[in-house]
Design a protein around this ligand. Structure first.
Ligand SMILES: [Zn+2]
Length: 131
């Protein structure tokens, strides 16, 4: 999972996950892991950003209440601060989402295999179960 935060391949931890700033590569250039399984839409990323932006808003309000700066002070302090707080976590959050999808997918594949074994449905048994 840590490799996701760094934008590295969740399988080998060496290849780069991103082909550009926020564009996920088609496959790992180190181990050929296909990244097409990972299609993190902007919903979760936006949700994660809100979690980051929310405390920042409190900091800005706190600055306003404690120091009572002129409105233009926010242009040079709060606004860049908010933008940085929103933009900087985007890539690690997206990387983490891709890595978590890879891990979840691996776990689902693992449990379905175990599920088949529990029900005597080995892939080569050719059972007569209704699916
Ligand atoms: Zn890889």
């Amino acid at each position: 999972m840590k490799s996701g935060w760094k934008g590295l391949c969740p399988r080998c931890g060496q290849g780069k996950m991103f082909s550009s700033w926020l564009k996920v590569a088609k496959k790992c250039d180190a181990c050929d892991l296909d990244y097409r399984f990972a299609a993190p839409d902007d919903g979760p990323a936006f949700f994660s950003l809100c979690i980051v932006a929310f405390p920042l808003t409190f900091v800005v309000v706190w600055l306003q209440v404690v120091f009572e700066p002129a409105w233009w002070v926010h242009l040079f302090t709060s606004v860049p601060f908010m933008l940085a707080g929103c933009l900087l976590p985007l890539r690690p959050i997206k990387g983490w989402l891709v890595a978590s999808q890879y891990v979840n997918r691996a776990q689902e594949a693992g449990t379905s295999k175990l599920w088949d074994q529990l029900h005597g449905r080995a892939p080569d048994a050719g059972g007569n179960f209704d699916d």
